[in-house]
Design a binder for this molecule. Structure first.
Ligand code: PMV
Length: 360
């Protein structure tokens, strides 16, 4: 859709330069799990962008000295050269050369760092791939002036981010982002995410997401392998049907401000995601004992207090505790007394619905 052989620069005219973006991670409420073709989702998903869990990416460029056609890249993660990441990025940028042919004409140094600890088990692919996609679109706009319109810019950035990591497509927007075709949202697409701005009760923009670190260990199975295992999962087709139903129910809860329905769907989505992992061949379990202890403590707290506080899970063991700002004091007291003692080294990250990526 975005292949454009005309995006070639007069190398004689290029001054070395720099572009930088800070881009957030996001938390999916209806989950994307299962894909086909070139990073296309088996079902629509919706997430909110986080405020604090971000990647900063600085991209420096200069005209290429050599004549080879490949990608010339130096890569530093937290100021250290990182060869495994560099190789992944070179492979990604090579795939991007039909969209951005000028990538072959330049040499790059990319410096990246996350605002959250690498070991905290927070998915960094959404923030890092969206930050890189934004840098590439800014670069195109700088050379060719082709992406002046904000909607066009973000649509292309979301498309490119998706090719790096599906969930990254949704990080391009502030608030809620929706990715994947659904008949109930006009303009929705499998190719890129769209901002979901209309019809969200303001209470959801006040939501907190406390990320409680149940375990900092590296994931035993990557998301890429997890998506692939859906292909032979006996529950897959029912899951995709359920995701579409959940999308409809969740959008209606967002519209009416129905916190109870929001919580029911969100928690079901988290548990189903992990149930799909447990029913894959081979099966695997990413929840840890502390994950279950926290869910039980939360359910007891909710039963006793009737407060609208719910959990979600990403593809990892950590609990995302979701609640509106108007009950923060009560939830804070509960987190301090009952959940933090269950966290590895007492670690958690207080995050919330975010304001979207920022050009640095
Ligand atoms: O973007 P990927 O390929 O890393 O997949 C991530 C999928 C989940 O985080 C588990 C769910 C989602 O929709 O973000």
């Amino acid at each position: 859709m975005y292949d454009n052989p005309q995006l070639i620069i007069e190398t004689a005219n290029i001054e070395p330069g720099k572009i930088a973006w800070r881009s957030p991670s996001n938390l999916a409420l209806v989950k994307y799990w299962g894909k086909y073709g070139q990073q296309l989702p088996k079902n629509p998903s919706i997430s909110f962008t986080l405020e604090h869990a971000c990647t900063d990416t600085y991209l420096e460029y200069r005209p290429k000295r050599g004549v080879d056609e490949g990608i010339a890249l130096e890569f530093f993660f937290k100021d250290e050269p990182n060869e495994p990441f560099r190789i992944k990025l070179v492979q990604f940028l090579e795939k991007m050369t039909s969209i951005f042919p000028f990538l072959k004409q330049l040499e790059f140094t990319i410096r990246s760092s996350n605002s959250f600890p690498h070991s905290a088990g927070i998915a960094s692919s959404a923030s890092s791939m969206s930050a890189l996609a934004l840098c590439l679109c800014s670069l195109e706009d700088r050379f060719f002036g082709t992406l002046k319109d904000d909607t066009a810019f973000r649509q292309k950035a979301s498309y490119v981010a998706r090719l790096g990591s599906g969930s990254a497509s949704r990080s391009i927007f502030d608030g809620f982002g929706l990715w994947g075709e659904t008949p109930i949202v006009e303009g929705s697409s499998n190719l890129y995410a769209i901002p979901y701005k209309h019809e969200v009760d303001p209470i959801f923009h006040t939501f907190h997401d406390d990320i409680l670190i149940a375990s900092k260990g590296e994931k035993s199975v990557s998301s890429t392998a997890g998506h692939a295992l859906m292909e032979n999962n006996i529950y897959a087709e029912n899951r995709y049907r359920q995701a579409n139903q959940h999308m409809q129910q969740l959008l209606s809860a967002l519209k009416t401000g129905d916190l109870e329905a929001f919580g029911r769907i969100t928690e079901s989505e988290a548990l189903v995601l992990h149930a799909l992992m447990m029913t894959s061949h081979p099966p695997y379990i990413l929840m840890r004992p502390a994950t279950l202890s926290m869910i039980e403590a939360l359910w007891t707290f909710r039963k006793e207090t009737k407060l609208p506080v719910y959990f979600s899970l990403d593809a990892g063991p950590n609990i995302h505790l979701l609640y509106p700002n108007n009950i923060k004091p009560q939830v804070d007291a509960f987190v301090q007394s009952e959940l933090i003692p269950l966290c590895e080294n007492g670690e958690y990250i207080a995050d919330k619905v975010g304001s979207g990526p920022l050009e640095l």
